[in-house]
Write a protein that binds this ligand. Structure first.
Ligand SMILES: Cc1cc2nc3c(=O)[nH]c(=O)nc-3n(C[C@H](O)[C@H](O)[C@H](O)COP(=O)(O)O)c2cc1C
Length: 262
């Protein structure tokens, strides 16, 4: 696949993957390509853990599902993320950002806006929305053939220092590299970030993976081969819209209309 094509086709895989192990060649390729990412002074501040053990994957699935339920039930999720939710093509067209919650069980559709609002607590508990989302999350993770974990060495990842900032930028390059390579070989990936929002859950995973004290676990992804037209989770979103070049850029000075836009 051509690079431009891979960039345009890359997207988050919200759906289940094929029930097929990821080949050793593909795992090696992913790590090899990730190793080519830039880093400050070529420090390569990372280690990767590739999880294929189904017991560990299921245990992380359970933690991810429980984290999702907890974040929803205590209202944090809605409060923090409500501003990113869109409910119609018109809204998407207007803002060109956020995620479009376009897939809901029929019984929830009339309540869409209420559920995804701060005031939605009652509807959420009545229809057990957090459980639906938690179960979906657990199943998606637990049934993934592979989880990919990125660690940063604390020698470089020092939160209030420049090297910490540079390490995070470098890790971003690794993540995009992984995303493009998976896209080009018929695989997909999805962030598993809910446990990262609850320190105790994140710690549980870190301990399970024997992450040593001098490394920080930074990100976990589920990965696998994609299946076209596969059934979507009960509550799902899409987010392929992007702002236009003319909205994103300026020429020479902030605010000056770009001269490369036709
Ligand atoms: C730092 C970061 C955290 C993210 N966390 C999640 C997540 O927890 N679950 C998820 O499904 N997607 C997650 N995403 C994916 C974004 O929602 C997604 O990239 C965005 O909506 C654009 O969609 P696309 O990747 O399909 O182009 C995350 C992305 C980033 C960069």
């Amino acid at each position: 696949m051509d690079l431009i094509e891979a960039i345009v086709n890359r997207k988050t895989t919200n759906t289940a993957f094929a029930f097929k192990k990821v080949s050793k060649e593909h795992i090696r390729l992913l790590i090899k390509m990730a190793s080519h990412a830039p880093s400050h002074f070529n420090s390569q501040p990372w280690k990767f853990i590739v999880i294929e053990d189904s017991k560990i994957i299921s245990a992380i699935g359970k933690i991810a599902g429980d984290s999702m339920v907890k974040l929803m039930d205590d209202g944090r999720f809605w409060k923090q993320y409500r501003k990113y939710f869109r409910f119609s093509e018109e809204e998407i067209e207007k803002t060109k950002d956020g995620i479009h919650i376009d897939h809901l069980p029929a019984f929830l559709k009339p309540f869409a806006k209420t559920i995804f609002s701060e005031a939605g607590g009652k509807v959420i508990s009545k229809f057990k929305v957090s459980r639906i989302l938690g179960n979906d999350e657990e199943k998606l993770v637990a049934e993934s053939p592979l989880l990919f974990v990125i660690l940063l060495t604390k020698e470089e990842y020092k939160k209030d220092e420049l090297s910490g900032f540079y390490s995070v930028i470098s890790m971003g390059a690794v993540i995009q590299t992984l995303w493009l390579v998976t896209t080009s070989i018929g695989m997909g990936m999805q962030f598993i970030s809910t446990p990262g929002e609850i320190p105790q859950k994140w710690n549980e995973i870190s301990l399970m993976l024997d992450v040593p004290d001098n490394y920080e676990m930074m990100a976990i992804f589920r990965m696998g081969y994609t299946v076209p037209d596969i059934k979507r989770p009960s509550i799902d979103w899409k987010s392929s819209q992007r702002k236009d070049v003319s909205e994103l850029s300026y020429s020479n000075r902030f605010g000056k209309n770009p001269d490369f836009v036709t």
